[in-house]
Design a protein. Sequence first.
Lengths: 338, 470
Amino acid sequence: MTLVQTQAGPGGAPAPAGRPRSWFTRNRRNLTFGRISFFAVFLGVPLAIYAVLVLSPFIQAVQISFTNWGGFSRDFEYIGFRNYAQIFTNDAFLTALRNNIILVIVLPLVTLVLSLALASIVTVGGASNGEVKGLRGSSFYRVISFFPYVVPAIVIGLIWGMVYNPRGGLVNGFLTTLGFSAFESFPWLGDPRTAMGATIFVIVWSMVGFYMVLFIAAIRGVDPSIFEAARLDGAGRFRTAVTITIPLIRDNVQTAWIYLGILALDAFVYMRALNPQGGPDRATWVMSQELFDTAFVANKWGLASAMGVVLALVTLAFAALVFLVNRLTGAEKEGGYQ
Amino acid sequence: MSNPNFRRRDFLRGSLVAAAMVPFGGALASCATGGGGGEEPAPQTGGGEVSAENPFGVAEGSTVDAVIFNGGYGVDYVEFAAGVMGAGPTGVTPEVSPSTAIATELQPRFAGGNPPDLIDNSGAQQIGFNTILDQLEDLTDVIDAPNYEGTTIRDTLYEGVLAPGTFGDKLAAINYVLTVYGVWYSSSLFEENGWSVPTTWDEALELGAQAKEQGKYLFVWGREAATYYQTMAIESAIMQGGDEVRLALENLEPDCWSKQAVQDVFAKMEQAVSEGYFAPGGAGTQFTVAQAQWSNEQLALLYPSGAWIENEMKDQTAEGFEMMGFPGLVVDPATAQMADALHSTAGEPYIVPSQAANVAGGKELLRAMLSQEAATNFAQQKLAPTIVQGTVPEDGFGSTALVSQTQMLANASSVFTYNFVSTYGMNQDQLVVWNSFLDGSIDAAQLTSDLQGITDAVREDDSVEKIEVS
């Protein structure tokens, strides 16, 4: 983005060389009524709304996290860090934290690998002669795999809850038809060994289509001649995907990774729909569920706010980690936005 | 990046900081935790004239804001009562709004000091009573007022129904619906097969063996309702061991789950699990789906639950099911202390917040609900008795389960209930343990120590206020 840095005065007149005008004089000329009202409407109003509806609740949550507020009255006392101390000695919360960490590792990895693979096949994985293009009928696959994303998460959860139903559910019906009689009434969501896996499968299923479309758009933005050149040099489909596609769309991958990470750290809707009580041995109990219960069932709003703060910090730490990893693995320095 | 331009980033940063500071000023003062104010004492009467027809002095022309839990019983019965009240001389307009999440929806209104006039504080998201107790009206004056037929309300109620709403010496809630707990079955199915209703665990296990011959199971369970079997076990243990067992559990005593009466029941249940009398897969089955396996597919013979089960499964009950219930199973009838006792309590707690705009109106609507007319309507529509006596005719409005409930109430030598699970919010933790026990992954010893662990944790937690039960 260094193009913008060349000094061009207003109206396209070149700035006098060697004597840059001071910020003040430059700016005074720019502070016309139109410019100020533009700032006010397009920056001031959204910022004010953002501050009132987003920032102030955040700040208030931090404030409440240091109190013992019960939620239903105006009485509370400040109790310092006691809520935070309590969180980290609470088995249910620690289990939830562990489950969230499993989710945040597994979910983006599986979803992104699958959606990248699908996106590559649909865009550049077609016939190996002629123009570089996707598989035949690729637009059909695109619509099909995007479909689950259109269905609301809660509906997906309820549908899959029925699919996994031990008796009469699709999965067990299918498996028993194939002759696996051990699955006659196997509780996929009720066995500690399978509950998390089954849940992750549902979330991946619902998300793959969206990220596939995102990556297709990104790959379309890459100059096709690069893929042609790679093919002329003898690169196969896998090699093209790994050494050409991914590095060229790594910013999109990073964004997708962060989105999926945030989803994994929340996951409330899926968990609530599939296993409202947290699954066998709390195998699928996540932080947002513990927070919800602490606030609305146990009426410990101070403690719940502290959990919210911890959840926010974990999310920020995750985003920072993704940026760091992306940087360390050789992404270009951040562009030169002014 | 060293150009002296006015930099967009700095501008954004500056505005963000400025914006972030705003809430510290005026905005915060108006928010929930912004401090006191607005806590004027509620007037003693509603501003209207107090008379025999208007015992609480509701102001003429005022409105009553009622928020009712929209669960198994719906809200139409309150609307009916509102109609009964509207017909009276007070000229008051009740407004009934349904809610499925009482705590979530009303928390801001409580914190803001403008709660509704009458609340059905029920459902999975009810507001914990220890949280709002000091903000609630004492409802003793409602009970001592005459009903719409002229009898003092207190004299029209079943015995002991005020106990669950009494906290210390304050009647903070009136629980409207009488709930009978028991084990439910299809009397037509039993008749067809010549089975008799079990009264002891050994008879039940015998029945389980017979069921198995027909490819059926004795019990079925769903993951969110695994603790219905805890309810059943506690009922059994109390019937066997008497009040001593109930008090030990209620007061969170050390080793209360190891009492002989409790252990005997757990041993029988463990046997039922290991013999395969529980339909497998319950830990992964949604509870209404599991209940339909009993009521519709008739895959299982018995289901322990509250009497709401008939209404809950109305649309998913096999034709000619003829649901009946019995109070529970004892281990050894020869030594049972309270073999004829019944677990019954009043549910659907109605509360009137002291800060409400129309306290008298809230009480008046409650009085209308306790009238013979409204109570009879409830029993007829919902096939469940209210706390008002004499509203269910002989034929139970054609419901065998309702007849069965009235019979169980009439035959009971005494009525008991327990509250420790809901008082201390233990159900969530206990569900985990019971799901594991019922699917056979832990044994009775592990069940005992896990449940004891949950009880001990609450007892040792100083931040939880204990309620002494005697």
